[in-house]
Design a protein around this ligand. Structure first.
Ligand SMILES: CC(C)(COP(=O)(O)OP(=O)(O)OC[C@H]1O[C@@H](n2cnc3c(N)ncnc32)[C@H](O)[C@@H]1OP(=O)(O)O)[C@@H](O)C(=O)NCCC(=O)NCCS
Length: 170
């Protein structure tokens, strides 16, 4: 059974699972902030750094089956006085072996419920044009605000177009 859990701290076993998840996403060619090949230390450092923001302006959910981490997603809460109603969805990944089973859909539904309950009525995110993620967000009712060419590099170093999406969750 799939379980989605809000994480407050990243212990050693979760750190391993999250490291493997990030490495798998980069190996799959997903544009998630890193170039390939992703070094183990870089992945560990990324999650250790992420852990320092949990419970402050960042939320992290993991999707687990048994002890296996199958997916994760983050929500960055805007702390500016004029932006406390909005938050940015970041770093949605699902292990290649678990894709196509609705894991991302459940993670996104969890994020939206949390945002609704915590007064974050506007969500936004960016993603690579033409990616599976872009199709997912359109499928889940997000509105595309526009595209920026050559915004980010894919893991192979090639620059690609990024799309910005938003969703009202009132
Ligand atoms: C994008 C990603 C998170 C989707 O995860 P997933 O668990 O496979 O998604 P789901 O099974 O919930 O798919 C839901 C819907 O998304 C769409 N979708 C998902 N993967 C797709 C693909 N490869 N091609 C086309 N549509 C796809 C489908 O419309 C699907 O609808 P369906 O349930 O009616 O078939 C996953 O492919 C991934 O981790 N990619 C790499 C990381 C990444 O790019 N993250 C986004 C950063 S912004």
């Amino acid at each position: 059974m799939l379980r989605i859990r809000l994480v407050n701290a990243i212990g050693p076993s979760l750190l391993d699972g999250l490291g493997a998840l990030l490495t798998d996403a980069v190996e799959s060619g997903a544009s998630v902030g890193f170039l390939a090949p992703l070094e183990h230390d870089t992945a560990m450092h990324y999650w250790a750094h992420t852990a320092t923001s949990l419970g402050r302006d960042l939320r992290l959910w993991v999707a687990e089956r048994g002890n296996d981490v199958l997916g994760a997603v983050q929500l960055a809460l805007c702390e500016r006085e004029n932006g406390r109603h909005r938050a940015e969805v970041q770093k949605l990944f699902v292990l290649r072996s678990a894709r196509g089973q609705g894991v991302a859909t459940q993670l996104m539904a969890t994020v939206e419920s949390y945002a609704r309950e915590h007064g974050r009525s506007l969500l936004f995110l960016d993603t690579q044009v033409g990616s599976a993620a872009e199709k997912l967000y359109a499928h889940l009712g997000w509105t595309k605000a526009g595209e920026i060419p050559r915004y980010a590099a894919s893991p192979d170093g090639a620059l690609h177009t990024t799309a910005y999406f938003w969703k009202d969750v009132v």
